[in-house]
Design a protein around this ligand. Structure first.
Ligand SMILES: NC(=O)c1ccc[n+]([C@@H]2O[C@H](COP(=O)([O-])OP(=O)(O)OC[C@H]3O[C@@H](n4cnc5c(N)ncnc54)[C@H](OP(=O)(O)O)[C@@H]3O)[C@@H](O)[C@H]2O)c1
Length: 252
């Protein structure tokens, strides 16, 4: 198993890619903190599933945009498992493709709060524990919207570009101290975030999806496999890199 006895926090793990990553990590021997902000039943069900399969997990409620919540999540992880080896900053929300003029300050603050301040806060409070172990891995979920326009609106695209910057800076500041940080940049993936969009075959985004070299959207399990690679020692020489997993969206 590639993550035997590792302790991993996965934010936003009650659904979508976070759920797939939490399950994949548990299957590979990691003890997993399944973070959620609202979906407690879903999070508990994932913990039950992991436990039934012989793994170890706990569900921890925390809004990643709030520092007090994040501090408590980190403390609960340390109380339960004693260390933090892996942090996956996955929690994220979409801005319904809102252009800048129509983006309210409230929407801007909400999107940046969860998508960019969230990874900042979780990293800020998890890294000191990784430094104690002289080893740690941070995986941030960015997006094709971290590379190009059109994958979200003004706030979402800004947040996902910011996530790549944060990833590079963490790698630069802490790489020599044993911490690796990388970003996963998915294209269109079938999850709760995109289910309404993907239901409508006539939606403009469907045309874009069909035109990618892969000719399809992706699945959370495909993202989880990349997350496992980045979390394991197999990727030991990969630092500060945004990795596209987009069916060729950005290459078009
Ligand atoms: N789906 C795509 O096509 C796509 C493409 C590129 C990048 N991404 C990125 O990939 C990541 C995962 O997306 P997904 O498609 O799997 O989304 P999803 O199915 O909507 O799941 C998002 C998760 O984030 C959690 N969450 C939302 N706000 C939170 C907060 N303030 N604190 C803690 N958790 C919070 C939600 O849990 P609660 O219900 O408990 O709040 C939910 O479990 C996101 O960062 C997204 O931006 C998605």
């Amino acid at each position: 198993m590639k993550l035997n006895n590792k302790v991993a926090i996965v934010t936003g793990a009650a659904a979508g890619m976070g759920e797939a990553i939490a399950k994949e990590f548990a299957k590979e021997g990691a003890k997993v903190v399944v973070n959620y902000s609202r979906s407690s039943q879903e999070a508990e069900a994932i913990v039950d599933e992991i436990t039934k399969d012989g793994g170890e997990a706990i569900a921890v409620k925390a809004d990643v945009s709030k520092s007090e919540d994040v501090k408590q999540m980190i403390e609960k992880t340390i109380d339960k498992f004693g260390k933090i080896d892996i942090l996956v900053n996955n929690a994220g929300i979409l801005d319904d493709y809102t252009p800048v003029v129509d983006t309210s300050e409230e929407l801007w603050n909400r999107i940046i709060g969860v998508n960019l301040k969230g990874p900042f806060l979780c990293s800020k409070y998890a890294i000191p524990y990784m430094l104690k172990e002289k080893k740690g891995v941070i995986i941030n979920l960015s997006s094709i919207a971290g590379f190009v326009s059109g994958g979200g609106g003004a706030a979402y695209t800004s947040s996902k570009h910011g996530v790549i910057g944060l990833t590079k800076q963490i790698a630069y500041d802490y790489g020599k101290l044993g911490i690796r940080a990388n970003a996963i940049c998915p294209g269109a993936i079938k999850t709760r975030m995109t289910e309404e969009i993907l239901k409508n075959d006539d939606a403009p985004v469907m045309e874009a999806i069909k035109s990618v070299p892969a000719g399809r959207y992706g699945y959370p399990e495909e993202i989880a496999k990349l997350a496992l690679f980045l979390a394991s020692d197999d990727s030991d020489f990969i630092h500060g890199t945004p990795i596209l997993i987009d069916g060729g969206w950005v290459a078009r």
